[in-house]
Write a protein that binds this ligand. Structure first.
Ligand code: ZN
Length: 470
């Protein structure tokens, strides 16, 4: 793979010799030659190496003896390097200089950014420092836009959900919300929808904090709260700019929510994200935000909820029999008898059997019944029944289908979803059943799948969702 070549070229020249033979993707630990190589070169290499490893964050954690550097890959922090004490101050200072921070100030937290070419690679990093009792802790968030142009079709939506999203996004007005925790890939989904809608006949304006990706043809506004340029303030101005589509980075407060609803009702399509777990929780959260129920009922078009699971490595995955508990979950949720599922192995192409991440989704289209329910303030339980009996494939069903397909494992799914959560025991599952039934046969022929995946290696990479962590 090209990635491996690049990786070796950049890293090996400044590594201690004994570690060179050990730089497989499964072992991230590095020992740099701190005595003979300039700190600027070492820091540059740490940054580029992290990006090449598809890390989302780099942590410089000061200790009594130096710095422990960790990088987050596929959502997990991993040890990367132990920096000796005599380099500690230089390394932190170098990072602060790169990020444009005040190096004479180490008592208060600072924010900075790095946006330049490092070792021929364009990097865009958000850097924050926090004074701790051991010195300044530096965390670098890597913004990597390279995957965003791959399109909505590559994000792992099943056919039913994909069709729903496309239909919702083609409405001239309404609010589409993408929900999930931090790091669930919400921004990626929103950007992918925006890119799909980004045609010459539409005026698209975004308000973001931070702008995570530059899209040519779209007017993007960065929120600067310090000078009063808040989400709400930006939105009020945007409405005077004749927009067709408005993207709000995140709905965090009542005022932003109200403006979003008003914009939708006055004929704009509004896309945004919100921190909630499921479609149902999103409606409840919005109602808690002090928005008039009838306006919300009218404005809301759809809710896309998502979580990320680690993606099973297609090169080495094996199979195992299902446990009685797993059998029961498949039976209850999908009405399928599943006797065998995929499990992790390990190979030189992956990290402990996983490579990249895949999203699991729940896409709720707001129909008239749900609109009426929101407007008429019906009980939570009744709202839940309505939501999950309207043909919505819930997150558990989508996840289980992806387990059957060998995209992720049951173990990963359990980490992402509380299976006993009553929100997820659903009734309407015909489409999910059909998808699962269709894919069940694939399990039989694991070898064949491997061949197909290897042949389509480039397609496989497309499903990697690490690049945006919000
Ligand atoms: Zn593997």
């Amino acid at each position: 793979m090209n990635e491996d070549i690049l990786y070796d070229d950049i890293i090996n020249p400044i590594l201690n010799k004994e570690t060179i033979s050990n730089t497989t993707p499964t072992n991230f630990m590095k020992t740099y030659d701190y005595e003979n190589v300039a700190i600027t070169d070492i820091v540059n290499n740490i940054i580029v190496d992290s990006i090449n490893n598809k890390a989302s964050d780099i942590h410089f954690n000061p200790t009594e003896d130096g710095i422990i550097i960790r990088i987050r890959i596929d959502g997990e922090l991993r040890n990367y390097a132990n920096v000796p004490g005599y380099v500690k101050k230089n390394m932190i200072t170098r990072m602060k200089i790169l990020a444009g921070m005040n190096i004479t100030e180490s008592r208060i937290p600072q924010d900075g950014a790095i946006k330049q070419k490092i070792l021929d690679k364009d990097v865009d990093l958000r850097v924050s420092s926090l004074p701790t009792n051991m010195g300044e802790n530096i965390v670098v968030r890597i913004l990597d836009y390279s995957m965003s142009t791959q399109g909505l079709e590559t994000l792992g939506f099943n056919d039913t959900n994909l069709k729903k999203i496309i239909k919702m996004s083609e409405q001239p007005n309404g609010i589409i919300l993408v929900t999930g925790a931090t790091g669930s890939g919400k921004s990626t989904t929103v950007y992918s929808v925006l890119q799909r809608l980004n045609t010459i006949d539409r005026n698209i304006i975004t308000v973001e904090d931070p702008i995570e990706m530059n899209i040519p043809g779209i007017n993007q506004v960065q929120v600067i709260s310090d000078i009063g340029l808040t989400f709400a303030a930006c939105l009020r101005s945007i409405l005077r700019q004749d927009p067709d589509i408005i993207m709000i980075g995140e709905i965090r407060d009542d005022e932003t929510a109200k403006i979003a609803v008003r914009a939708s009702i006055t004929g704009h399509l509004v896309l945004s994200t919100i921190h909630t777990n499921t479609a149902l929780n999103t409606i409840e959260r919005l109602l808690d935000m002090n928005i008039e129920r009838y306006l919300l009922g009218t404005a809301l078009t759809g809710i896309v909820s998502q979580k990320l699971c680690k993606k099973l490595c297609p090169y080495c995955r094996g199979t195992r029999p299902t446990t009685p508990y797993e059998k029961k979950v498949f039976k209850n949720s999908l009405n399928l008898d599943i006797n065998e599922i995929y499990e992790t192995k390990s190979c030189d192409k992956c990290h402990d059997g996983y490579k990249g991440r895949i999203a699991i989704h729940e896409v709720l289209e707001i129909n008239q019944d749900i609109r009426d329910a929101i407007t008429n303030n019906i009980k939570k339980e009744e709202l839940r029944d309505l939501v999950y009996s309207s043909g919505t494939i819930n997150m558990l069903q989508d996840g289980l289908t992806k387990v059957i397909n060998g995209d992720t494992t049951f173990e990963e799914l359990v980490k992402a979803i509380d299976i006993d959560d009553s929100d997820l025991t659903s009734k309407g599952l015909t489409e999910s059943l059909e998808i699962a039934e269709k894919n069940k046969n694939i399990l039989i022929d694991n070898e064949n799948i491997k061949k197909i995946v290897e042949k389509n290696d480039s397609d496989y990479e497309v499903f990697d969702l690490d690049f945006l962590n919000n």
